[in-house]
Ligand binder design. Structure first.
Ligand code: SF4
Ligand code: SF4
Length: 361
């Protein structure tokens, strides 16, 4: 029988709606019983006649756990792709359920260890709020205290920011600019359906508000030799870290051979075109291609910003950029990055030349 202790909703999602349980490959299984006795949730029982494990209560299995597969000496246990679980974690209501659970069980879950904080936390003042589109804000933050800034960040890194006066957890955003004097930071905030932080940011955030921020974090940074041609790929507000890398490279090596491919669902959703146009004017070796699945809408009327039909993978498939041995940097929503990396694998692209922003905006 499924045990209610183990089959309760997973961060608000009914357990029955999540396909996550082991499957035993009978031909490979040697019947050692490690999975049966090693699982504390009684997912398995043992068939003493056939001397094989049987998955009797699959819903008892802890979502995301693969311990029995990892410890199986015959590699005889399989699980569904983890992508379906990661997709659930992308839902705002799931993130909120986790946040609420942490706050509700603060007494139990708060760490009793006084560990010195590894990152710097500083205060940043909202200096400008640019509603770039209906669903994207370009936010400029400036240090509250002169000299106390993230001036040393490396383009491609991100910050965690807190909504002022809220107990909610921090939200992570890529920095969308290269370092400048004064320590100003630009972030691109995409409206998240039902998202708490962006609900506040889009409705109530004001110039002068002070946000706490932690960082800079992450290692999605430029690793390529200065003479290596680059292919920069962005999806949605994944443009932010790509823009930071691009700004850095245009400043350092304006003649560098670079391609920026940026995908958006709708042409009307492209933003920051003024910034891209100005980078293109400074960098003769830069090609910018905007990819949209709805190119019948009015294309941006800016020189050197071509719009082409299709998503980024479809556009890549039509171009010869991959044959040019470019180092690739990609950032965007997780499903897009997953499709992109699968495509690059199929094309035989060496993974060592592909850099993917693991914190996918
Ligand atoms: S994955 Fe974990 S919870 Fe699920 S059956 Fe294996 S050991 Fe048990
Ligand atoms: S641990 Fe692997 S080999 Fe051992 S009984 Fe389970 S499935 Fe079979």
């Amino acid at each position: 029988m499924p045990d209610p202790k183990f089959t309760k909703p997973w961060h608000g999602v009914p357990r029955e709606e999540i396909h996550w349980n082991p499957t035993v490959i009978e031909d490979a299984c040697i019947g050692c019983g490690t999975c049966v006795t090693g699982c504390s949730r009684l997912v398995y029982r043992y068939d003493f006649e056939r001397k094989k494990p049987v998955v009797v209560d699959p819903l008892n299995c802890m979502v995301g756990c693969t311990t029995c597969a990892n410890t199986c000496p015959a590699n005889a246990i399989e699980f569904p792709p983890l992508g379906s679980v990661l997709a659930l974690e992308g839902r705002a209501e799931v993130r909120h359920a986790i946040e609420d659970d942490l706050l509700a069980r603060h007494d139990i879950l708060a760490s009793p260890l006084a560990i010195p904080h590894p990152d710097r936390i500083i205060e940043l003042r909202v200096e400008a709020i640019d509603p770039a589109t209906q669903d994207v804000i370009r936010l400029t933050l400036a240090p509250v205290t002169a000299g106390e800034c993230f001036c040393e960040f490396v383009p491609g890194q991100y910050l965690e920011v807190w909504q002022p006066g809220s107990a909610y957890l921090s939200r992570a955003y890529s920095i969308a600019n290269a370092p400048h004097d004064g320590g100003r930071i630009s972030l691109h905030l995409r409206r998240v359906e039902g998202g708490r932080f962006t609900a506040w940011a889009f409705a109530d955030m004001r110039v002068g508000d002070v946000l706490q921020a932690r960082g800079p974090l992450g290692d999605f940074t430029m690793r390529s030799a200065p003479d290596a041609p680059l292919l920069l790929i962005a999806g949605g507000t994944g443009l932010a870290p790509i823009l930071a890398l691009l700004e850095q490279q245009v400043e350092l090596f304006p003649d560098r051979d670079m391609v920026l491919l940026w995908g958006m669902g709708r042409v009307a959703d492209f933003y920051a075109l003024d910034t891209l146009q100005s980078l293109a004017e400074k960098a003769p070796g830069l090609t910018i291609v905007l990819a949209s699945t709805e190119p019948e809408e009015t294309p941006p009327a800016l020189e050197r910003l071509a719009v082409t039909r299709g998503n980024v993978v479809e556009v890549l498939n039509r171009k010869d950029w991959l044959a040019q041995q470019r180092d690739i940097y990609a950032a965007g929503p997780t499903p897009m990055l997953r499709e992109l990396t699968r495509f690059l694998d199929r094309q035989g692209i060496d993974r060592r030349t592909v850099h993917v922003d693991s914190f996918a905006v």
